[in-house]
Design a protein. Structure first.
Length: 240
């Protein structure tokens, strides 16, 4: 990856849904808001730092593990680029022909911004999805101050129709910080091979470990101190 993150994001074409709306589907608005502050990360050198999150990819899926498989080593899908450099384009493209994916898309530009980029404190990504009972939502967004850590629900995704009714409300509790297992971790907010400080994309010591919730001896913030994710169903649904 020789191009800068911003350049890759600007050149990445939007990924369209795989199917037209069907009868019985409901439209949901998903909002991923960065709620970190200048003091969210408490660093070992005595300073503090915010915790922005990067552009990402979402899928509506009817099978688990479409973006990643917990407990398995990932190779070739594009998770490495999404988790290390905040470039979800390859992972999104992979999902356009991945069995069990009903729709896929990118979120790249924070609401109110003119250009693609990270969600800084107070900024948010928003996107809409169409889904029917039984469908689940999954997404991946890089934890920006890391080597390969990302924010996501588990690989089963979030049920959009719990108890048969459209989901509405705050789903942040269903998210975790995941380690992609593709690059050796450094202290969050200080590592020289992390996106804000690395000299070029794909910089840092590589590793090949299973994807798992981050547990490496460093101090990581709670997900709820980094993002707030809400899902709101529309009053309208597809009628034909």
């Amino acid at each position: 990856m020789k191009k800068s993150l911003l350049a890759m994001l600007m050149l990445a074409a939007p990924v369209a849904a795989l199917a037209a709306p069907m009868k019985g589907q409901v439209m949901f608005t998903v909002r991923i808001e960065n709620v970190s502050t200048a003091s969210t990360l408490k660093l070992s050198n005595g300073s503090t730092a915010p915790a922005p999150n990067a552009p990402g990819v979402w899928v509506v899926q009817e099978k688990p593990g479409r973006l990643f498989e917990a407990g398995k080593v990932q190779a070739g899908w594009g998770l490495e680029m999404a988790a290390e450099d905040g470039d979800p384009s390859k992972l999104a493209e992979h999902c356009t022909h991945h069995q069990g994916v009903l729709a896929v898309g990118l979120f790249k530009t924070p609401k109110g911004d003119a250009m693609p980029g990270p969600a800084l404190p107070g900024k948010a990504y928003e996107f809409t999805v169409m889904a029917k009972p039984g469908d689940r939502l999954a997404f991946v967004s890089m934890f920006g101050q890391s080597n390969d850590v990302f924010i996501a629900p588990d690989d089963k995704g979030i049920a959009l129709f719990p108890n048969g009714k459209p989901l509405s409300g705050d789903v942040t509790a269903q998210l975790s910080l995941w380690d992609a297992g593709t690059e050796v971790n450094e202290e969050p907010g200080l590592g020289p091979n992390q996106a804000p400080r690395q000299p070029a994309p794909n910089t840092g010591a590589s590793e090949s470990k299973p994807v798992m919730k981050v547990k490496d001896g460093f101090t990581w913030p709670k997900v709820s101190d980094v993002v707030r994710v809400t899902i709101s169903p529309s009053q309208q649904s597809a009628s034909n």
